[in-house]
Ligand binder design. Structure first.
Ligand SMILES: Nc1ncnc2c1ncn2[C@@H]1O[C@H](COP(=O)(O)OP(=O)(O)OP(=O)(O)O)[C@@H](O)[C@H]1O
Ligand SMILES: [Mg+2]
Length: 235
């Protein structure tokens, strides 16, 4: 579904990710794990068109997308939940959700998407008229994911959803992502510093260190690998 080939990208003229090649298949849940500053967010920003690659290619559903605008990329079916959530605090929960559907013109479809989202996140339905900034951290993260789903994506990019959440909330949000993946068949590319938690729900994973992929395997194999156990799990 998604294929990155030898992608190099960065800021101004300075590359921070080098020759990244990775794939996500239909309905797959793939994790990119690594430490602070490894380049995880940079990979997602390049896929969603916020950054243009210096070299290499990105293909989505058979179409080259690395020269398209973020808007065109959303329309093709890729939605990005950015690091830090970026929800609009002064707006209600419902208005934030409706913003997520900005590429969709069909009112009936928007209504249907909203009902589906409320089925999946009953807490957001209960709070639809509440100002978003008054939600708890976990609820805000759910809202950020829900808003991305309002674009009706085929592929969801999720950046560091664990940030600022207590461990029990991290597990809850990850469970929700797994549910979206399995029940709604939305493919997910997740980036996380919480290596163990992410690999526990993923099908496959990539380990990134200083901008380079240093391991790629099934999530189970990575969890049992010497590299992951030593460098990230402290075992
Ligand atoms: N807007 C920017 N301008 C210049 N350099 C940047 C910018 N954003 C990130 N960088 C640099 O690019 C490198 C990779 O950053 P990136 O945000 O992709 O890391 P990350 O793996 O997402 O880290 P974290 O886990 O802390 O979120 C870092 O060295 C960072 O300082
Ligand atoms: Mg990041």
């Amino acid at each position: 579904m998604l294929r990155l080939s030898n992608l190099t990208a960065g800021y101004d003229t300075v590359p921070v990710i080098f020759n990244i090649s990775l794939e996500v298949a239909e309905s797959e849940l793939v994790a990119i794990v690594g430490s602070n500053g490894a380049g995880k967010s940079t990979i997602l920003k390049t896929i969603s068109g916020l950054l243009k690659p210096f070299s290499g290619e990105i293909e989505f559903l058979g179409k080259k997308i690395h020269k398209l605008t973020p808007h065109e990329i959303v329309k093709l079916g890729i939605a990005h939940v950015p690091e830090g959530r970026h929800i609009f605090g002064k707006m209600t929960v419902k208005d934030n959700l409706l913003m997520g559907a900005y590429t969709i013109k069909d009112e009936k479809k928007i209504h249907k998407l909203l009902q589906d989202i409320y089925d999946l996140f009953p807490r957001l339905k209960e709070r639809e008229n509440q100002k978003s900034e008054t939600l708890s951290g976990g609820e805000q993260q759910m809202l950020a994911i829900a808003r991305a789903l309002m674009a009706d994506p085929k592929l969801l990019l999720v950046d560091e959803m664990s940030l600022g959440l207590m461990p029990v909330m991290v597990d809850k949000v990850l469970e929700t992502l797994k549910k979206i993946n399995v029940e709604k068949k939305v493919a997910i590319l997740l980036v996380e510093q919480k290596v163990q938690e992410a690999l526990e729900i993923a099908d496959r994973g990539y380990v990134i260190q200083t901008g380079k992929i240093v391991a790629a395997d099934s999530a189970t194999a990575l969890l049992n690998s010497e590299l992951v156990r030593k460098a990230y799990l402290g075992l």
